[in-house]
Unconditional design. Structure first.
Length: 371
């Protein structure tokens, strides 16, 4: 068995699933298996998670991320009850913004929450974001964003790019720059969970997309672009003469526990929540209603049969991939869903388009602007 030191002794954040339901959206690329079912997290689950989290938060900055489903579908009263046991943490919520109204804005301000909005760029780039009624979801999300803006609430954004077309990169970036987002995260569509329809992206074209996106950012650097920043941080560490690069390649992995609505704990990959497997059962390390989250984190590798197999895949990446120092190895869920239920495979489509192509594209951009 691999050494437990491969996982950090304590997480920096915990992801809480207050409900599995997503209202009013039914995005075609969504990986969640129960997004049409309203399973609510009991308050007892939040209380159990808060016990060790409050101790961790007393030592260092700690984030509690509310991520569904659609967290706002939980309702203000119940979400407030779930948040109440936590002390000294930073609360964040990732939302489609469709339910945001004046009352929710007041709730967000009262609880000093960070807001992340899921939107994929201009309206014509949001064709995969549809409502349960089959209508395009762009306008309902924009109504929520406009409400946040009127209340002066800053927000970040996460965008899913199904077709990384370099010709669209500048217009894509300027959309978010004009919205005034604080940070933009860009996810190339992944094949995972119940989404089995992701189309293979050409790695060369994907690299050109990242290069064009870096060009757009350089021309108007008014927002923090998460992926570009990751490459710049990596390059800075290498050029600064560090013996090892930052990140999973040289440091213990953040266990990043996800707490499903019923208290089940999934380490490393939130996307595995709700799925079962003949070899690994339900991928959980345990349940916070039976064991403390601090115990589950400390004993994760002993309690979780799939994690040692995952480390085998990480080691195979280390031995074979020239981009490993930057990437640190493919994410667990991507390995599982792209490699027929195995965690010890190596390169995934996600690696190719969102890690390797990212590094190559930003490098191309840097070389073009070196002088």
């Amino acid at each position: 068995m691999q050494s437990p030191a491969r996982l950090a002794a304590r997480p920096n954040s915990v992801i809480m699933q207050p409900t599995t339901q997503c209202l009013p959206m039914d995005c075609t690329y969504c990986y969640l298996p129960f997004r049409k079912t309203k399973n609510l997290m009991p308050v007892d689950v939040a209380r159990a998670v808060a016990k060790p989290v409050n101790l961790w938060a007393a030592e260092d900055t700690f984030e509690v991320v509310w991520h569904g489903g659609e967290p706002l579908a939980t309702g203000r009263k119940h979400l407030a009850a779930l948040m109440a046991p936590f002390e000294g943490v930073k609360h964040s919520v990732q939302t489609n913004a469709a339910l945001v109204d004046d009352a929710w804005c007041g709730f967000i301000q009262e609880h000093d929450m960070h807001i992340g909005v899921s939107i994929d760029g201009p309206e014509d780039m949001n064709t995969h974001r549809v409502t349960l009624a089959g209508h395009r979801g762009f306008r309902v999300t924009m109504r929520g964003i406009e409400r946040l803006q009127r209340h002066g609430i800053p927000f970040s954004a996460i965008a899913v790019v199904s077709d990384p077309n370099p010709d669209d990169a500048a217009r894509f970036y300027e959309f978010f720059a004009e919205l005034g987002v604080t940070t933009l995260g860009v996810n190339v569509e992944e094949e995972e969970g119940v989404n089995r329809g992701a189309v293979d992206a050409d790695p060369v074209r994907a690299a050109e997309f990242w290069a064009a996106l870096a060009d757009a950012w350089r021309a108007n650097p008014v927002i923090r672009l998460r992926e570009i920043q990751r490459v710049l941080n990596f390059a800075g560490a290498v050029l600064g003469g560090h013996d090892t690069a930052p990140g999973p390649a040289s440091a213990p992995w953040d266990p990043m526990p996800t707490i499903s609505y019923d208290g089940g704990v999934i380490m490393l990959s939130p996307e595995l929540a709700g799925f079962t497997d003949a070899r690994f059962d339900d991928f959980t390390t345990g349940n916070v209603l039976r064991e403390g989250l601090d115990v589950l984190v400390a004993e994760a590798e002993e309690r979780t049969p799939w994690i040692p197999e995952f480390w085998q895949g990480v080691d195979a990446c280390r031995a074979t991939c020239p981009a490993f120092a930057f990437c640190g190895g493919a994410h667990a869920a991507n390995r599982y869903f792209e490699h027929d239920g195995r965690f010890d495979g190596t390169r995934t489509r996600y690696c190719t388009t969102a890690k390797i192509a990212l590094l190559e594209g930003v490098t191309q951009h840097a070389c073009a602007h070196a002088h």
